[in-house]
Design a protein around this ligand. Structure first.
Ligand code: COA
Length: 299
């Protein structure tokens, strides 16, 4: 590691929070914000702007050194399409894209792997079988409805306790914390849709994590109690979250969904989303690293 700025940034990074610690780096060549998640063994490029031609080289050096020091198998980020060649010149590959993520420009989700293990999908054949089955599905355009006696509402602070229990019941591990304190802190930019059954128990949830600057939202946190599945609760929540986004003139909704879940992928396909690619071993969910499919809807 030759440069002094590089050793200083790498040595000072201190990723104390296992879920994600981010740092902003200002150099003559670039400004960048990167996050390390030890839990997901992954580095995320959260933001970047290149100020000189050296910018991509400095960013690539930084990423390589951080991944080596903290034993991270994957670096990824949503980058502007116009910068794709810069990233591929540094060993990144395009795995998926998100239409109009930057309002009038697509994001390409790029990744670089460190070591041989992480880049090998263990489920690529199964992923393809699911996509092939989904190809046969006809989109009906029906407006989802709740079963009789069920009710829907947007989460408020008092709902986070039951939301946390539902998410913990459904997911053995999750890429982000799902405790009450964390969920409470997300309410500012995340809209949670909740379905309660006739007995008043929370039985399904999902969220729209909004990016107000670029008017896009990630549709995520889909969880339905095992004994309430197959009743159309997830499509109902998705439909209603999209309505909120439309009211606020959001342009793009996308999801990063488990490739192995036929039901989850079916919910998005049926709601008119299109598949744009698969992220290999992207995060630690339900007990291990899993591939994730990206689906988009934009207007
Ligand atoms: C994915 C998930 C949220 C779907 O929720 P849901 O409320 O059951 O959604 P749906 O009712 O539309 O079911 C989706 C499809 O899965 C099928 N399905 C899944 N589980 C079923 C069950 N137990 N009984 C019947 N059908 C089931 C249905 O065929 C349905 O298709 P359909 O439109 O032909 O009826 C839910 O299965 C879940 O919580 N899974 C575990 C958590 C998870 O993996 N979340 C995704 C993270 S990316």
């Amino acid at each position: 590691m030759a440069c002094s700025w590089l050793s200083a940034v790498v040595d000072d990074f201190n990723p104390h929070n296992q879920w994600g610690t981010s740092r902003t780096i200002h150099l003559e060549s670039l400004n960048a914000e990167v996050e390390i998640s030890l839990y997901n063994k992954r580095l995320t490029i959260l933001n970047y702007s290149f100020l000189t031609n050296e910018g991509i080289l400095d960013l690539a050096d930084l990423i390589e050194n951080l991944c080596s020091k903290y034993d991270l198998g994957k670096a990824w980020g949503k980058i502007r399409r116009k910068d794709l060649e810069l990233y591929t010149s540094q060993g990144f590959t395009a795995e998926a894209y998100i239409d109009n993520f930057f309002i009038d420009e697509d994001a390409v989700i790029c990744a670089k792997y460190f070591g041989d293990q992480r880049k090998l999908s263990l489920t690529s054949q199964h992923n393809q079988e699911i996509l092939d089955r989904l190809d046969l599905i006809q989109i009906t355009g029906h407006t989802p409805e709740l079963p009789a006696g069920y009710s829907y509402r947007i989460a408020e602070a008092q709902d986070v306790e039951v939301l946390s229990s539902l998410l913990s019941q459904v997911f053995k591990t999750y890429p982000y914390p799902i405790d009450q304190t964390y969920l409470l802190s997300t309410l500012e930019h995340t809209v949670y849709g909740l379905v309660y059954n006739p007995e008043g128990a929370l039985v399904a949830a999902a969220s729209a994590e909004t990016n107000g600057e670029f008017k896009n939202a990630e549709m995520t946190d889909f969880a339905t109690s095992p004994d309430e599945r197959g009743k159309g609760l997830a499509p109902f929540i998705l439909y209603n979250l999209e309505k909120v986004l439309q009211e606020h003139e959001y342009r793009t909704a996308y999801t990063i969904a488990r490739s192995s879940s036929f039901s989850m992928n079916k919910v998005f396909k049926s709601a008119g989303y299109h598949y744009t690619g698969t992220l290999t071993n992207n995060c630690n969910i339900s007990g291990g690293f899993e591939d994730m499919n990206v689906w988009c809807k934009s207007h």
